[in-house]
Design a protein around this ligand. Structure first.
Ligand code: ADE
Length: 253
């Protein structure tokens, strides 16, 4: 996949491509990237790339000319162009998976109060939000979107590491432990030391359900749970939840 990032702050984005798993993906040739400072396309001695918003209001808006010249320089028309913005469509694992199947992606990093709407109308195919909060820079959001999608490309991460992950099957991930077996008066759960595959799988299933129930109960209604998982869920719920869930389970079965 070829990833192009258009930004006014290349130094915020570059380290991501030079570190850890992304660095390896670049070295293996799975990812090619370029980071373009679109201020280079701005005119005048001050190379101004932003201006006051028409109609008044706080902050600055990124001007259309330098950004569209930068977009044209990478042939963005006809490509998938992502603009991270709080008013976009929410990023999910399945959305990330869809993007991971593209051969090329172009990212526009906004700053200040955003970018001129005419650039969005002309070039952007995907406005994406990474959550219901506002960041001071689009660069951090772009890196989040890139991170969520590139790791799903074949060869970046071992397939089995992806299988048990949070959101795979709409449940959150089970807790992980490593050596030492006892740390700060806390022991690794006995079942993980038994080597009994069946018991470990069952324990992990219970933990995924418990965690999802606790942190993201909203995910449970969409989760594709087996009958066994549904029974397990019932057994770990308290009475109040049990009545609601029993009704839901009966309606689904
Ligand atoms: N830019 C600023 N906040 C953002 C958010 N929540 N998602 C995507 N891009 C953003």
């Amino acid at each position: 996949m070829r990833i192009t990032v258009l930004t006014l702050f290349p130094e915020m984005v570059e380290p991501f491509f030079l570190s850890s798993i992304m660095k390896r993906a670049v070295e293996k040739g799975i990812i090619e990237y370029s980071i373009i400072d679109f201020r280079d396309f701005a005119e005048g001695v001050h190379r101004k790339a932003d201006d006051l918003p028409y109609g008044g209001g706080a902050g600055m808006v990124i001007m259309p000319e330098p950004l569209s010249l930068a977009l044209d320089s990478v042939g963005a028309k006809g490509k998938r162009v992502v603009f991270p913005t709080p008013s976009g469509r929410p990023l999910t694992e399945s959305y990330a998976a869809e993007l991971s199947r593209e051969e090329e992606l172009v990212f526009i990093c906004g700053h200040y109060e955003g970018i001129d709407q005419r650039v969005i109308d002309t070039y952007v195919t995907d406005e994406i939000t990474i959550g219901d909060y506002v960041l001071s820079s689009g660069e951090t959001a772009a890196v989040v979107v890139i991170d969520a999608l590139y790791r799903l490309i074949d060869g970046v991460i071992a397939g089995e590491s992806l299988e048990d992950e949070s959101f795979n099957g709409s449940l959150l991930e089970y807790p992980q432990y490593t050596r030492p077996p006892r740390y700060c008066m806390k022991s690794v759960p006995d079942v993980l030391l038994t080597g009994h595959h069946g018991h470990i799988t069952r324990w992990r299933c219970v933990k995924r359900l418990e965690k999802t129930m606790l942190n993201r109960p909203d995910l449970l209604s969409d989760a594709s749970l087996s009958i066994d998982e549904r029974k397990t869920l019932l057994s770990i719920l308290d009475c109040e939840d049990k009545r609601t869930c029993q009704r839901w389970m009966l309606s689904e079965l």
